[in-house]
Design a binder for this molecule. Structure first.
Ligand code: FAD
Ligand code: SIN
Length: 528
């Protein structure tokens, strides 16, 4: 089955929906979500969205904080673009119907998170993401030019590689003509032809055992782009959020927002003693890489499986007004955060790298854009400043939409695209093979490619991953296609890239910390 649309958008988070809303006035849009429209990382965002709103904050201060957090490995032009466009983009989001908390004066109430020198994080209690997602989804659903295809899984991008000898109209340049999309309910694979395609598939946290990311985050966009021979970047920089709720029975891990530390909560060890000052003078509000490594070290020293976050001294009213979600969640497992310390542990949270894009969201493949967590714009450098990612998605989806609209009339549909080739697929694979390989992958990544790395660990990871890769490709070649198998294959692709980039970086910087190389930025890093 074939269908043609002007704009194909893969992903229904902040990046996909905000782009779709802007291009929809210029043609027909199809948006694909692999589950339901609101099951996105965007929905789960807690702390908020960073933007320069009032004095004494300035663009230069926010730029400086972003560069410091990123160990100056950021692309400075991209940082300047993102921050100087922050106010305008957030105002637009408000016009679209998103509500952020206000003070009694009518000004927006701004929070502060790790690495920020000013209060600049707009938020909606501790449920900012679901409020943004609500506003965007409502607006998208009302747009007559937009169709949303839920529970459909994008398998691969369509490029010249799928055309064989039929058409080769470029000389070495790769072009995207749309994507192959699986309907898991009936096994049908649709050929979706589009003049322009936007990848907004979010992150890849599920390559690790413990993650704050929803189960949809399996790195599909990065993997399909890499298979299409596109250029990826910065894959070694995986951000571990220092404080997810320690609750072994729960997957994904529930996040305890950094804003709680911004409001005064303090990290403590099992004896109830503060420990962050040993590692960084900014204490519990040091940038995430430093805090996550410090917690990792404290856990190794004590042999315990978590540390604590103490919010008991924060006023009851403040907890109930600003952190009702965390309060309710902890109560649901029998923990009253006003009386007891919260057990917390770091969890894979965000991938700073991904599909390399330029200032307009263009990728190395023609007619293909990327935005949101899947993209590597250069904003984050070696470490993302808290609450900069929702902002990044808004800014680059906006820029990509303007670029798309400007070029739209020059692009025509590609004819002669073959349907998905299902020849040779005879096996209905056994699910146990897939689930076991997925667990093995997550164990390799968590044990050898986590918060603290070494050359030996990376070598081991690469060797073990190679076995999983060979087994999975063999299975894929013979099997009737399924979402689980595609996700496993994608996660192995992404893990391979993380290991490859990590092995190539011969230094410790930002989120890539190796015991084999001294850190050039912070001499207080924990030693193993
Ligand atoms: P997502 O919102 O993750 O959307 C991805 C979409 O792609 C989904 O619709 C999914 O179905 C679709 N998709 C994926 N693969 C396929 C496929 N193969 N086929 C079809 N569809 C597919 N950032 C901040 O700035 N501030 C915060 O306070 C904050 N808090 C966070 C809290 C949590 C718990 C988490 C997990 C993240 C948080 N982040 C925060 C990060 C931020 O939420 C994400 O980086 C951002 O929302 C990503 O948006 P996105 O649009 O790129 O992707
Ligand atoms: C948080 O609320 O701590 C998460 C913020 C982010 O990931 O940017």
């Amino acid at each position: 089955m074939k269908r043609q649309v002007d704009f194909l958008v893969i992903g229904t988070g902040i990046a996909g929906l905000s782009y779709a809303l802007k291009v929809a006035d210029h043609g027909r849009v199809l948006i694909v979500s692999k589950t339901s429209v609101n099951e996105t990382a965007t929905w789960y965002a807690q702390g908020g969205i960073a933007a320069v709103m009032y004095n004494p904050d300035t663009y230069n201060k926010h730029i400086h904080d972003t560069l410091v957090a990123g160990s100056f490995l950021n692309n400075e032009e991209i940082v300047r673009i993102t921050i100087t466009e922050s106010t305008e983009r957030v105002k637009e989001l408000i016009e679209w119907g998103a509500h952020f908390d206000k003070e009694s004066s009518g000004r927006y109430a701004l929070a502060r998170e790790g690495g920020h020198s000013e209060f600049r994080v707009l938020h909606h209690q501790d449920r900012t993401g679901s409020e943004i997602q609500r506003a965007l989804t409502e607006k998208v659903i009302r747009h007559p030019n937009i169709e949303i295809l839920e529970n459909h899984f994008t398998i691969d991008l369509i490029t010249q590689h799928h055309l064989g000898k039929i058409v080769r109209r470029t000389h070495g340049d790769i072009q995207c003509f749309g994507a192959y999309v699986l309907n898991p309910e009936n096994g049908a694979i649709e050929t979706v032809l589009a003049k322009t395609t936007m990848i907004a598939t979010g992150g890849a946290g599920n390559v690790y055992q413990t993650t704050t990311n929803p189960t949809i985050a399996t790195g599909d966009g990065i993997a399909m782009f890499y298979r299409a021979k596109g250029i990826v970047d910065n894959m070694e920089f995986i951000q571990f959020h220092p404080t997810s709720l320690y609750n072994q029975r729960e997957k994904p891990s529930f996040l305890i927002t950094e804003a709680l530390r911004g409001a005064g909560a303090i990290l403590k060890d099992h004896k109830g003693k503060e420990f962050m000052q040993k590692y960084d003078k900014r204490g519990s509000l040091a940038p995430r890489d430093i805090v996550a490594r410090a917690i990792d070290n404290e856990m190794k020293l004590s042999g315990m499986e978590h540390v604590y976050l103490d919010a008991r001294h924060i006023h009851e009213r403040e907890i109930l007004d600003h952190f009702p979600g965390i309060h309710a969640k902890c109560l649901s497992i029998g923990l009253n955060i006003m009386k007891e310390m919260i057990p917390v542990v770091p969890a894979a949270h965000y991938i700073c790298g991904g599909i390399k894009t330029d200032a307009n969201g263009r990728t190395s493949i023609h007619h293909l854009y990327a935005s949101g967590e899947v993209a590597s714009t250069g904003l984050h450098g070696a470490n993302r400043l808290a609450s900069n990612s929702l902002l990044e998605a808004l800014v680059f989806s906006h820029r990509a939409s303007a670029d798309t609209i400007a070029r739209h009339s020059e692009i025509s549909f590609m004819e002669n695209i073959p349907d998905w080739n299902a020849e040779g697929t005879v096996l209905n694979e056994e699910m146990i093979l897939i689930t076991q390989s997925r667990k093995e992958l997550q164990s390799i990544m968590s044990n050898y490619v986590g918060i603290v790395r070494s050359n030996l660990r990376l070598e081991r990871a690469a060797q073990r991953l190679e076995i999983l890769y060979q087994e999975t490709e063999a299975l894929y070649d013979k099997s009737v296609i399924s979402v689980e198998l595609c996700e496993l294959r994608n996660m192995i692709n992404v893990a391979y890239l993380i290991i490859k980039f990590a092995s190539q970086r011969k230094e410790s910087i930002g989120l890539h910390y190796s015991i084999d190389y001294p850190s050039r930025e912070n001499q207080n890093h924990p030693k193993e």
